[in-house]
Ligand binder design. Sequence first.
Ligand code: ACM
Ligand code: ZN
Length: 767
Amino acid sequence: MKKIIYSIFIFAATVVACTAPQKTADYEVIPLPVSVQRAGDTFFVLEDGAVISYPEENEKMAKNAQFLVSYAKESAGLDLKAGGPSGQITLELGLDSSNKEAYELTVSDKGVVIRGASEAGVFYGIQTLRKSLPLMDRGTVFLPAVKISDEPRFRYRGMMLDVSRHFFSVEEVKTYIDMLALHNINRLHWHLTDDQGWRIEIKRYPKLTEIGSKRAQTVIGRNSGEYDGIPYGGFYTQEQIREVVAYAAERYVTIVPEVDMPGHMQAVLACYPELGCTGGPYKVREKWGISSDVLCAGNDKTLQFVKDVLEEVVGLFPSEYVHIGGDECLKDEWMRCPKCQNRIRQLGLANDAQHTKEQKLQSWFVADIEHFLEEHGRRLIGWDEILEGDLVAPNATVMAWRDLRYGMTAARLHHDAIMTPSSHVYFDHYQDLDQNEPLAIGGYSSVGRVYNYEPIPSDLEPELRHHILGVQANLWTEYIPTFSHAQYMVLPRMDALCEVQWTPAGTKDYGAFCNRLNKMLHFYDKLGWNYAKHIYKVSADFALDQEMEGIKVSLNTVKGGEIYYTLDGSEPTIKSLRYTAPFVVQDKVVVKAMAVHDGIPQTVMSENLSYDNKISGIELLQEPHRSYRFNGASTLVDGLTGMQNYRTGRWLGFCGKDLEAIIKLKSETEISKVGFNTCVATSDWVFDVRQAIIEVSEDGIHFKKVAEESYPAMTSNDAYVKHYDLLFETVKAQYVKVTLVSEHSIPAFHGGKDHPGFIFVDEISID
Ligand code: ACM
Ligand code: ZN
């Protein structure tokens, strides 16, 4: 009888074993490791009960082993066991590498070994193993034999979170840290204070949280003038801060705290008005944008306040770096304030060709704070405005956000720099141009644009490149009221970011990245993390081919999708042309493309292409602004029309200069019309054209003017796209010169009065 029961048990166990899924691991993870070498065709079978061994006296390694236990459960439903002298999975130190975050992950038929150059390296090896595991609820995993050797490209790999404009709870911040850890990101830049709310308890100044953490109401939309009437607030106690710092540290994330000064301090002034130039009254700011109410730099009490606050901050955050902001400090009050002007006189500061005396006052302020931080064994980071006024803080690290040029300027002054350009890695910017996108602050950074970002400027001298410490993306939260929305803005752009931060230069392949992304998106589903799904649509790349013989169309979607398209304006269906490889169009066509994932059709992508086969080349006689150069001159005749967002790459921007282009036609042609578009956004100092001149030539040397038009200066704020046509008597020409004069002196109604404005131009047509 006993024997029969035993046999039934064996039979049942076999049935269970056979029905449990057996899946194979896939080492094509994000970020892509430096080297993945298959080691023969053996494999290791990872099953429930497998033991993870590690140097037991090492607490960090014990924690690493616990992470692996929980990750394996979460991904593949495996029950691993941490501890024991020898196991099927070995975590060890001792990898010989100068890069302390390096690791090797080896799988043989005997088991798995993760060897790190430090505990952090082991942690990243664990992340790679975690992401290699199949997603299932239980089963057995076949790990093909492999040797993965990996290390990060940059040592500073950051993400910023603004908790002032909207507040996120301790649990939400911890989830954000989990998101960083999954992507091998090692810095959380925590933007803790701003005009709209102070979020960190400071014992010596209790009003900062009693008053400064609360705003009475919040503006609706983009500074509409209407308010919601709902009080808003929140802050972290010092105990909570310590808890978050420890949580991050276990995941090899260092929190870089930011206390933004001397601008972005209106919430402080609401608590301590005597620290402002006018004495107030002030309130915690209820709308977005830049406040002219800043700390008074002429008041000794202000400097004492800042140092008292920083003293508590360095007590809470062990980070070597402390961020002191420094951005967008308007100098209006300083110019009027007797105390500030007195300080300027005492210091002997004077205007010169590069900087105003008030900019130099800010430089002095930053240098004083740097001195204080260095006395406390810390290093200062500031936004790139700290370069204004001759950066006199000798060891400051510059966070280049307005333009990558500032990263180069910093490096050339022998300062370290962290690249975080708003043109590529502001995750509060739009990620898609669909009309139905939730309101964002502006801008445009698709997953593809983030992915293709190269942080080392090609014109930075090789011997200075070591000053570029790394890359960070920022999440400003004016238009991000919930954590779920924050995840939507961050994922999957964080996947693209982490490859910029981690993966070696020159190994990028966007199509391959999209394939790898598929599994990450499923992982987010499993983790319950919200993410943007644009990547499931078709992402299209259009490029004039070298000889301008047509527009090359490349279509992408994440792995597993099929793409169908039409070129006649009709809606694509699964009966339409199936996309297999890039193709060239040589006419005016409407490309409509649709991806189908798991049988589900995604939103159709549509683009009007108007290839002009008359044109053989274009040359610019004046340089576009370096932030708005994109693909250069050909942008203006690439058959793609820009829409109401001048950062998409479809517009060229000029500032203090004019658009001056010579377009060459393939042969002498009769023409009578030149058209162009402008994009205007006065809130960003982008103005309309003031004068247009068309000249023609047969030889490209001698030009004759055929049309000229002047346009009035703008008289009020506006944002639009406008088409212009200049008509003239039919002439024969092979060269057409187009000059579009920008606004060289912004009119008085605008805050930029007398400064040059930008002009944005796209698609020049010749008929
Ligand atoms: C910034 O975006 N104001 C640094
Ligand atoms: Zn002042």
